[in-house]
Design a protein. Sequence first.
Length: 404
Amino acid sequence: MQNGHVTTPFGRRPMTLALVRRQVAAKAIKPGKAADKWKIFRDASEAREILGLQDRSLAILDALLSFYPENELRGDTQLVVFPSNAQLTLRAHGIAGATLRRHLALLVEAGLILRRDSANGKRYARKNKMGEIENAFGFDLSPLLMRAEELTGMAQKVVADRIALRRAKESLTICRRDVRKLITAAIEEGAEGDWEKIESVYVELVRSIPRCPGLSDLGRLLDEMQLLQEEILNTLDLQQKDEKISTNGDHSEHHTQNSNTESTTEFEPRSGKEQGARLSQSDERKREALKAFPLGMVLKACPEIAAYGPGGAINSWRDLMAAAITVRSMLGVSPSAYQEACETMGPENAAVTIACILERAGHINSAGGYLRDLTSKSERGEFSLGPVLMALVRTNGLGEQATG
C-alpha cells in the first residue's frame, strides 16, 4: 500500500481506498432487494452532471446493462457481466478502444460499477456441473442496485433544478418585458421622472445577464429587475396621486360653479317627484363614477389584461392600473383621452374600461375614439360598466365551455 492506494495483483491498476470501500459495501446488499435496471439507467442519465459522466459513459453503461439477461437487478443473483472489449465496442456503437477504457474508468470512479478481476486479468465466468455460473470476473453491477434510491434522489433534484431554472428564466423575461413597457409608456406620456437614468439602469441589468445563467444568477437578476419595476411603479403612482388631487380640486370648483348657475337660472318651480328624480340620477352617476367592481369579476371578464400586469399577473387594483397604462399606449389611446376617462369615471373604472376595450380590440376600429365616446356617455350618465362586464363574463364563460 503506497500513498493511500492498494495495488492489485501484478501491479496492473491502482485502486483507491474509496473503491475498496465500495466493493465491501456492494457485498452487503440485502438478498431480497431488486430494482428495474433501465429505471436505474434513466436516473443515472438524469444525474450524469452530478456524477461527472458524459454521453459516451452512459452509452457504455447501457451496453453493460444489455449483457445482464434480466430486467431486474436482484441482490440474490450474480450481478457480474463479462463481455470482451470487442463485444462492448460493438454494442456501444463502435467506440474506440482508448475511449472505451477511459469511460469505463469514469463509471468506476463515479461508483456505478466495480471491476472484478480474475488472476490473469481476463473476463470470464466459471460454471458448475449444472451449467450455472459459480463465479464470474468482469464488471460488477452491484453498485447500481445498492445506490438505486440515491440515484433516484439525484435525478429528482436535477429535474427540480431544471424546472426551477426554467421558471426563473420565464419570470425574468416577463419582468424584463414589463419594465421595458413601463419605461416606454412613461416616456411617451411625458411622465415626470428621471427616465433616462432609469432606462440606463435597465440596459445595464439586461447586459449583465450571462449567456448561460445559473439559478443563483437568475435569482439575483430577478430581484434587481423587480426592485427597478417597483421604483417605476412608485414613481408613476406618486404622479397619479398628484394628478388625482389636482383633478379633484378642479372638479370641485367646476361643480360649485354649476350649482350656482343652476340655482340662479331656474325660474320655474319643479314638482317634488321631478326634482327627486333629477337628484337621484345625479347621485347615481356619482356612485357609478366612484364604484369599483370586484377585481375578480374584472379579470374574469377581461382575462387578456393579466398578461400586461407586473410579472405577467394582476393581484391588485394597482397592478390593473399599471397594466392599463401599458395597454393604453399599445392600443394607440392618447394620454389626454385616458386622462379624461380617469377624471370622469375614476382611475379604477378607467382602467377597467381599457381592459374591456382590449378584450374587444378586434371589433373596434379606433380605441382612442371609442374611449372618448364612452367617456362622454359616462359624463351624461348614459354608460355603465356593469352590463359590459357581465356580457364579457358570459362571452368568456361560453368560450371556455366550448373549448372544454
